[in-house]
Design a protein around this ligand. Structure first.
Ligand SMILES: [Zn+2]
Length: 371
């Protein structure tokens, strides 16, 4: 594995277990805690890079599995890499593709050397090994790339123990295979809800000295209390001077609760996915714009929200757009939902850097910690 002359993490402040910092990458800085919008197919659905900048995105995620199948990593490389291909010049993180492959129930077969799977697009047969997922991610060219891991049912001890051995061996092989010095490779801690396996995983992976660590296998069916217990356990076991990325989480509540447990980076399809279900995130919970009660509401989705949607359009107009199945409705809801997650992350960061009496953490703690 190369040194990472282009990648570093500065921890600027802590508040309890919460951390504020900056991740430096070849395509710019990521102030943390940060929420990463998900651009599965090299596009954050309905959002141009200009829109993403406007809502305050500092880093986005793209999915290796999808881009490997279509348009293919060679095509992306030929077009100058993912940043140029999708015209996003900020930091990008790619996952290893493992999570998607392991979600293909009945379409994949795992062995110690890798995983063979059928494409969900045309049924063709493919194989991911630690070496191939690194090669594909090197062709895509993201700033942060992830090791291949296996993500079992979080409550199945025997399967987690067996898969963990593979995940660790794969992490070593990914580290060996990784060549590009302008990319940082993160290892991924697994082990389900089991403290002994999680501790074992943290010890093994930190021994390999990755520039950052993913926390995988959460938000996949366990309870919030179980997720929080894993994060509490890992907080002192992961090095303080490396970023921690909680994969596939979460909701606005998760952001606050998990930053409070030492997490720096998040990604989730939630804000973009629920927009396609005609729903908006608000500070008082989710609302569905199809609901007839919005038909004659002159106000915005969220009073005081600074996003373009809330500055410009009434609930009544958004209700009309979603009832009429207009594309603009999906775009405006996505824009608001991402803005909410990104501004919440900024607010959390501010509350770590300069705590005040009525900030997000104080409000959160006064409501009672769900754990
Ligand atoms: Zn808004």
């Amino acid at each position: 594995m190369p040194d990472h002359p282009f990648f570093s993490f500065d921890l600027l402040a802590t508040r309890g277990h919460a951390r504020a910092g900056v991740v430096h990458t070849p395509h710019g800085d990521i102030p943390t805690p940060a929420f990463m919008p998900v651009g599965t197919q090299a596009t954050v659905k309905t959002m141009t890079p200009r829109d993403l900048r406007e809502v305050g995105a500092t880093v986005i995620l793209a999915n290796t599995y999808h881009l490997y199948l279509r348009p293919g990593a060679e095509t992306v490389a030929k077009m100058g890499g993912l940043h140029r291909f999708m015209s996003w010049d900020g930091p990008i993180l790619t996952d290893s593709g493992g999570f998607q492959v392991f979600s293909l129930k009945g379409l994949r077969q795992v062995d110690d050397a890798g995983v063979t799977f059928r494409s969900h697009l045309d049924g063709s047969i493919h194989r991911f090994t630690p070496e191939t997922v690194i090669a594909v991610q090197e062709q895509l060219g993201a700033d942060v790339i992830m090791a291949l891991d296996e993500c079992p049912d979080p409550h199945d001890y025997a399967y987690n123990a067996e898969a963990l051995t593979r995940t660790h061996r794969w992490a070593e092989r990914c580290r060996q295979a990784h060549r590009r010095p302008d990319q940082a490779l993160f290892g991924i801690v697994q082990g389900g809800v089991f403290p002994d396996l999680r501790a074992q995983s943290a010890a093994f992976l930190t021994g390999l000295d990755f520039p950052g660590y993913g926390i995988g296998g959460l938000s996949v069916g366990e309870s919030k209390a179980e997720m929080h217990a894993v994060l509490d356990l890992l907080d002192p076991l992961l090095p303080a001077d490396r970023p921690r990325y909680l994969m596939g989480v979460g909701t606005p509540e998760d952001l606050i609760a998990c930053v409070a447990r030492g997490v720096d980076l998040f990604d989730s399809v939630l804000p973009t996915r629920i927009a396609r279900h005609r729903a908006a995130l608000t500070r008082r919970g989710r609302i569905n714009l199809r609901n007839a009660q919005y038909a004659d509401q002159p106000g915005p989705i969220e009073p005081g929200c600074a996003c373009y949607t809330c500055r410009t359009f009434s609930l009544a107009y958004l209700h009309h757009l979603v009832k009429a199945d207009e594309i603009l409705g999906l775009h405006l809801l996505t824009l608001h939902n991402l803005h909410l997650m990104l501004s919440l992350a900024r607010e959390i960061r501010q509350a770590i850097l300069s705590p005040s009496r009525n900030d997000v953490f104080t409000q959160y703690n006064s409501r009672g910690d769900p754990s």
